[in-house]
Ligand binder design. Structure first.
Ligand code: ZN
Length: 286
């Protein structure tokens, strides 16, 4: 199932995407079902049957073209992101393969809609794109063993780990350079885990103005998603709706000579097989 957060006017609604062109509003069909996506995920075991019934009935579907898709999780509890997790990206970054998983956070205020503009910040001339598979936590918890980690994931979506390279690298700690407003576009919806046969075998691409810059497969992850969940949950409680950005393959702007950073007017598009595509136009911070 493909679950989206959208609006037609001011109210934020939850919906099921039927076929890539139509969406059924869960919020209209069953107003008391869930307040938002995190609530829906947390209550999934109780509400899944009703959601599936509403999707199957497909009453009064809306054209996707007539709604505004928001980030499926608009305010996650946390966003964790792993760095240097594809061999070709490690090589282009002139760094060694980390012995330990290298984690940073993206501020939850960096969340952005799948087709909303990406800001070129006032202080920046080095905004870069990073195509990433994003895992959305479902049941979560602590001390989730690798062989149980798949059942902790609610679903997957497409993410762009937009990065301000100068701010990222001028200090040892990356989080601020990774946390500018609008720099965590996700979507276009969450595809539930039951519909993703193997999250470690998905084609992933990053394009700028239609030019293919990143072209890889999630089979190339250094630390796979189960390793990541096992590791993180040794330290912190993973909760419904938490987002895990699982790393980016080679081909980021900083990997080119000369570097190719995003400029106002550029379209940064990320695609993942079976999960859809997101695309934001870059615009100067107002
Ligand atoms: Zn990244």
């Amino acid at each position: 199932m493909k679950l989206a957060t959208f609006s037609q006017g001011s109210a934020s609604e939850l919906g099921v995407v039927l076929d890539g062109e139509r969406i059924v509003s869960l919020s209209r069909a069953a107003p008391s079902l869930a307040r938002n996506m995190i609530d829906l995920i947390a209550r999934w075991s109780q509400v899944e049957g009703e959601v599936r019934r509403i999707a199957a009935e497909a009453k009064d579907p809306l054209a996707l073209a007539d709604v505004h898709l928001h980030a499926p999780v608009r305010r996650p509890g946390k966003i964790m992101a792993i760095g240097l997790n594809y061999a070709d990206h490690i090589a282009e970054s002139n760094m060694g393969t980390p012995e330990h998983q290298l984690w940073f956070t993206k501020a939850v205020t960096s969340i952005n809609g799948p087709f909303d503009p990406i800001q070129i910040p006032k202080v920046s001339q080095a905004v870069d794109y990073e195509a990433e598979l994003v895992a959305v936590i479902g049941t979560g918890g602590r001390h989730i063993a690798k062989d149980k980690a798949a059942s902790a994931v609610f679903g997957y979506c497409v993410g762009n780990d937009v990065t301000e390279r100068a701010w990222q690298h001028r200090t040892p700690q990356w989080s601020v350079g990774k946390s500018f407003d609008t720099h965590a576009p996700i979507g276009p919806w969450i595809t539930t885990a039951d519909e993703v046969a193997d999250p470690h075998n998905l084609g992933i691409r990053g394009l700028v103005n239609g030019e293919l810059r990143q072209n890889s497969n999630t089979s190339n992850l250094v630390f796979n998603i189960w390793d990541q969940i096992e590791h993180l949950s040794k330290a912190m409680t993973l909760e419904a709706g938490d987002l895990i950005f699982t790393g980016t393959p080679g081909g980021v702007g900083a990997g080119f000579k000369p570097m190719k950073f995003l400029q106002a007017g550029d379209r940064s598009r990320i695609e993942i097989d079976g999960l859809g595509a997101i695309e934001g136009v870059c615009e100067p911070e107002a």
